[in-house]
Design a protein around this ligand. Structure first.
Ligand code: HEM
Length: 456
């Protein structure tokens, strides 16, 4: 068929432009890959990456259109290798009314009231507990991962850290490695190991589900996500099967883990490189600590008073979000900006391209947390965009699949930064570089030397 595709270049047969993309994203400055194409073709262009022709959007209105039309014109789409790791009943792969129901169930376990009344106390306790053991050289990325894993396990099934959770985490980390063996997972031993580890994680979680069913028959009920899943009715009436519940839990573990821990680590890296921002952040947290006793848990009001810390988190999400964009598939021919996206084509809504665009964010390539201060939470952007900045800042996506853990992630990040700056001073242990492929991370997992503060 003759369709008016967005302009662009499909590159080499099969490989397309995948190698150019990978080599750009393996550096600290991946922007030229998008900049070059935007300047040649405009903000919506055609390329060919990871084995498929793809319409790439660096345009906020197009991104919004794609995200809001989930289930009508576009649907989420993951390669088979990722779907196998997630499990077929994962929220990320669910569609239609079941997706809607399970998305709101997840939200109901991570909304502000639940965080304020139940989760905040655990977040504060588990962050402190982990930091108690910090001394000398610390691999910050590893520590942040440990914390986010423990927090999710607690929220999902009420387990505190123990030998069982440690073993689960070891297997789980192998699963996570499998997600980043793109573009050719089939040939990778890391991927095969990840699939095996996924089996072990599912087995361990399956045992927990069965045990909890037995407990609930005796009338015992915990207040956690697993309890809510056990109460929920499946699509065909009756409850969910063990397999469905396990897949759902694996997806939640995956979704909140690498994302939040990366932002924790990178916020610290950017603060270290920006002493003025670090000084202002320390001041904000010293004031909070001065109002409280050393051992006193952070309260919701304390969290709400961390306005500069929110700016630091926004800015870190803007310049280095691990989710640089989302893939979708066109469910039918879709007209957009005078072009046609053919049915079945892959679409990539790039969140990062918008966040790094000078038309929406002044000096977009510079880390500047103060930009968020202008109107309490929104950013001071250049005025060349008609859309408000709040609409173009979408680190948690948008539409029916918008991240249900967004508020929870923010609370975890702020509590982590609070204890980090009130308990420790630190210096980088060695030079470490930020890269964006296969995922956003620092090459050496950001090693730092920590020193406990006398007053902590
Ligand atoms: C800084 C941390 C986080 C970032 C940047 C982030 C970002 C995102 C983004 C962009 C999406 C949309 C994906 C899409 O449209 O296909 C998403 C979805 C999701 N996130 Fe998060 N997330 C974070 C933390 C969390 C946490 C802590 C949880 C735990 C509850 C979580 C659970 C989920 C789930 C379950 C989905 C899938 C929603 C669906 O498909 O309906 N995320 N996240």
């Amino acid at each position: 068929r003759k369709l008016h595709l967005p302009p662009g270049n499909l590159g080499l047969p099969f490989l397309g432009e995948t190698l150019q993309l990978i080599s750009a994203y393996k550096t600290e400055n991946p922007e030229p890959f998008i900049d070059d194409r935007v300047s040649k073709y405009g903000t919506v262009f055609t390329t060919h990456v990871f084995g498929e022709p793809t319409v790439f959007s660096a345009d906020p209105d197009t991104n919004r259109f794609i995200l809001q039309n989930e289930g009508r014109l576009f649907e989420s789409s993951y390669p088979g290798s990722i779907s196998n790791l997630l499990g077929r009943h994962s929220l990320l792969l669910m569609r239609g009314s079941l997706h809607k129901r399970m998305h709101s169930l997840t939200m109901s376990f991570a909304n502000s009231c639940i965080i304020r009344d139940h989760l905040l106390v655990d977040i504060d306790r588990l962050v402190r507990l982990n930091m108690e053991a910090w001394t000398g050289r610390v691999l910050l990325m590893e520590e942040a991962k440990k914390i986010t894993f423990q927090l999710t396990v607690k929220q999902l099934m009420s387990f505190d850290p123990c030998e069982w959770t440690e073993n689960l985490m070891k297997e789980y980390m192998l699963v996570i490695e499998g997600f980043f063996t793109i573009p050719l997972p089939i040939f990778s031993t890391t991927y095969r190991r990840a699939i095996q580890a996924r089996g072990k994680v599912a087995e361990a979680l399956g045992l927990v589900v069965r045990e909890r069913r037995r407990e609930s028959e005796k009338g015992e009920r915990k207040n956690d996500m697993l309890a809510a899943l056990l109460d929920e009715e499946g699509d065909g009436g009756g409850g969910f099967s063990d397999e469905e519940i396990v897949d759902f839990m694996v997806a939640l573990l995956v979704a909140g883990y690498e994302t939040t821990s990366t932002i924790m680590t990178l916020a610290v890296k950017f603060l270290t490189e920006n002493p003025c921002a670090l000084a202002e952040l320390k001041e904000e947290h010293a004031e909070i600590r001065a109002r409280k006793g050393e051992a006193e848990t952070l309260q919701w009001d304390d969290y709400k008073s961390m306005s500069f810390t929110q700016c630091v988190v926004n800015e870190t999400l803007r310049v280095a979000n691990i989710i640089s964009g989302v893939f979708r598939r066109a469910m039918r021919d879709v007209s957009i900006k005078g072009y046609t996206i053919p049915k079945g084509w892959q679409v990539f809504a790039s969140l990062r391209a918008v966040h790094m665009d000078h038309n929406h964010f002044k000096d977009a390539r510079t880390f500047n947390p103060w930009r968020w201060q202008a109107n309490s939470g929104s950013s001071s952007s250049s005025s060349s965009s008609s859309s408000s900045v709040i609409n173009v800042f979408t680190p948690f996506g948008g539409g029916p699949r918008r991240c249900p853990g967004a508020e929870l992630a923010r609370v975890e990040l702020l509590v982590f930064l609070h204890h980090m700056v009130t308990r420790f001073s630190w210096v980088p242990a060695e030079q470490d570089k930020l890269v964006f492929f296969p995922t956003t991370r620092t090459q050496k997992r950001y090693p730092i030397i920590v020193e406990r503060r006398d007053d902590s």
